[in-house]
Design a protein. Structure first.
Lengths: 395, 116
């Protein structure tokens, strides 16, 4: 029997980590992720997990320790945010290219500068080309659920890639909510035992990880990473399906909310999607045909499925919690990728981008309502007046 | 050597066969060749100990240094620099000696200038 607990998002993640009981956790504290690792350290000292907890002197070392432990054949987890992720950078790529299925809880926070500890998505958007699988979570419950699934996804023999599970810094990481915590035994049964195929600790069968790889084979190894990413989507659907059935959930590659008969939709990831749902309900009460699409899987990007899900709309507004500086119209990365996806799959819907919430700036229902009103106007005229709007920035 | 496609090689550049570096002949990288000079080798095995490419050939039974594995030696010259006999020869000469000075125990000869 599962039970409901009042948990902050970070505590929910730490609880999932306790139930997964990984072999090794190496992490360095950074706001707003700290309470995850702090709580998990309690579990370690209370003897509730068998984990070897490595306290390191930096995030670069944290990810390095994770790679070493993963190559050794351990089930490995870590947690970080923003500047911590940035300091891991070199090893973030090495984790993916060494095919280490490390699971990371990434508590999204603005990257400096100016220095800021609050939520936006500039940290995760920086790692989008690194070869990690990336999942978004609207709230602590989803962060908990996604983390449990992430273990199975990353470790699947057809994938063997690291997975980052995102949630919004402070907004959900420190927001107390009602979280359904499954039975330890059920979580253990779901994640099962990790059986690495190429463990460094298998001493009778020595092998080398991460050797020099020049122009003769490096490219082939990158091609293998592409294959793993391509396999990942089906594996994610399979693991998610099994999870849904076992734990009574309804996860997919993304979550459509009142989208089926909608004429305009907003795309918003993580916690903002929750606020958008409230606005959708209000506008629906006015008789307006509005909906939401909340991305869950960001890497690999399910372009075709997203294009299909949006194909019936008359206007789409994407909400980006980061900027791709110097990209087309300085739009956000989510918008840019969706524009490409829809164009590629022959879906012609007028689209506009709304950058919002940088550095933890609140996003209010009335602002989201304005986005919908704009989109409804676009739907009527077929004309996008402004491609990128920096929502509620003071002039 | 025929190069394999991405489907036919271990993932991540992993090397699953221990000790296969011996199949990779790095001798072709060499610009300087280690050659035995006139000074007598004392078979101290310092060169064997320090060689980063395991390219010092030894007769283990008789405890003798017998030569260089030129298929793998990259010509880094560490053997010459750690050789205590070289040190002694240089001290005795009382001057800087060229790396290929014939009086040395291990001398490094430019590949282009090497003659059997």
């Amino acid at each position: 029997m599962s039970q409901f607990e009042a948990l902050q998002g970070n505590e929910a993640v730490a609880t999932a980590m306790r139930q997964i009981n990984p072999d090794v956790v190496a992490a360095y504290p950074i706001t707003p992720q700290t309470s995850t690792v702090q709580k998990f350290a309690d579990f370690v000292s209370d003897g509730l997990v068998d984990t070897e907890f490595v306290t390191v002197e930096s995030e670069h070392s944290a990810m390095s320790a994770c790679v070493g432990a993963s190559a050794a054949g351990a089930r490995v987890m870590t947690a970080t945010a923003a500047n911590g992720l940035a300091l891991m950078w070199e090893i973030v790529y090495i984790a993916a290219s060494n095919r280490c299925p490390i699971v990371m809880s990434l508590v999204n926070r603005a990257l400096s500068g100016p220095i800021n500890i609050h939520c936006d998505h500039s940290d995760v958007m920086g790692m989008r080309d690194s070869g990690w699988i990336v999942l978004f979570s609207e709230n602590g419950q989803e962060a908990y659920d996604n983390l449990i699934q992430a273990v199975r996804i990353g470790e699947h023999a057809d994938v063997l890639l690291p997975v980052a599970v995102c949630q919004d810094g402070f907004i959900t990481s420190h927001g107390m909510e009602r979280v359904e915590v499954f039975d330890d035994a059920d979580v253990q049964a779901f994640v099962g035992q990790y059986r690495p195929q190429w463990s460094l600790l298998e001493l009778d069968n020595p092998k080398t990880y991460g050797p020099l790889d020049f122009y003769d084979y490096y490219y082939e190894h990158k091609r293998q990473q592409v294959e793993a990413m391509e396999n990942a989507q089906q594996v994610i659907l399979d693991v998610t399906g099994e999870f849904n059935k076992k734990f009574n959930r309804n996860y997919g590659l993304f979550e459509p909310y009142r989208l089926e008969d909608a004429e305009v939709a907003v795309i918003a990831a993580n916690s903002t999607a929750g606020t958008v749902k409230v606005v959708v309900d209000q506008l629906r009460d006015e008789g307006l045909k509005v909906g939401l699409l909340k991305p869950r899987l960001f890497r690999p990007f399910p372009a075709q499925e997203l294009a299909e899900a949006l194909s019936h709309l008359k206007a789409v507004a994407v909400m980006d919690r980061s900027i791709s500086f110097g990209a087309m119209d300085n739009a956000g990365p989510l918008f840019l990728e969706l524009v490409a996806a829809l164009t590629l799959h022959g879906v012609q819907v007028p689209m506009a981008d709304y950058v919002y919430g940088l550095g933890g700036r609140d996003i209010l229902p009335r602002e989201i309502e304005r986005v919908y009103r704009d989109a409804l106007k676009v739907a009527e005229t077929g004309q996008v007046d402004q491609l990128v709007t920096f929502l509620s920035v003071r002039e | 050597m025929e190069q394999k496609g991405w489907k036919d090689i271990p993932i991540a550049g992993m090397i699953l066969e221990a000790g296969n570096a011996v199949d990779y002949l790095t001798g072709g990288w060499r610009a300087f060749r280690p050659v035995r000079g006139e000074a007598e080798c004392i078979h101290c095995f310092q060169c064997w100990l320090f060689c980063p490419d395991s390219s010092i050939l030894v007769d283990a039974e008789n405890e003798k240094m017998v030569g260089f594995d030129l298929d793998h030696c990259k010509g880094c010259g560490i053997c010459a620099s750690v050789c205590p006999v070289n040190e002694k020869v240089i001290k005795k000469a009382g001057e800087e000696l060229a790396g290929d000075d014939a009086r040395l125990c291990i001398r490094m000869v430019e590949e282009g200038k090497f003659k059997e």
